[in-house]
Design a protein around this ligand. Sequence first.
Ligand code: FMN
Length: 164
Amino acid sequence: MTVGTADIDPKALRDCCGRFATGVTVVTTRTPEGDHGMTLSAFMSVSLDPPLVCISVARGANMLPKLRTSGRYAVSILKENMRAHAQHFAGRHDTALRDLFEDRAGLPVLRGAAAVLVTDVAQTVEAGDHVLLLGAVRHLEYRPVARPLLHHAGHFGGVIAHAA
Ligand SMILES: Cc1cc2nc3c(=O)[nH]c(=O)nc-3n(C[C@H](O)[C@H](O)[C@H](O)COP(=O)(O)O)c2cc1C
């Protein structure tokens, strides 16, 4: 499908960018109201020195005002067997999922994640209908051989073959 520059349709843009396969994370934070998590694929590493990562959060997400209040977020990178977690934190609540969080450096993170990063928000960039939040990494941990959950063209999947 080809779309000219004059009229970029939001759905076409989303579908086009959906051809880029990503991992899947659950971003969490803590405020006086309690702990909150949301599924997020717009995560990237930004800088090693200083250590910075970035997430992109929709303006309409309940998460955004909580992030502005707390000034901190954690990123839990999901394993292949955590598809139910991805759906749960994207609004399809699954009552079978219990005792989901454990604490790391003062924030909730997902038990059993492939990797976890805990950050302090260093900079926010208002970006159209989303907000970019650069996070200074304060804590990290990862399982070297965990298989990741992937997302591509609206579907979840996993790694079939891995050279490592
Ligand atoms: C695979 C997947 C990836 C997603 N990635 C993002 C994302 O990068 N940024 C975002 O704002 N929402 C993303 N969402 C949508 C949010 O998870 C969803 O809107 C969620 O319900 C927001 O929760 P909240 O409004 O309670 O904070 C994604 C959803 C799914 C299923």
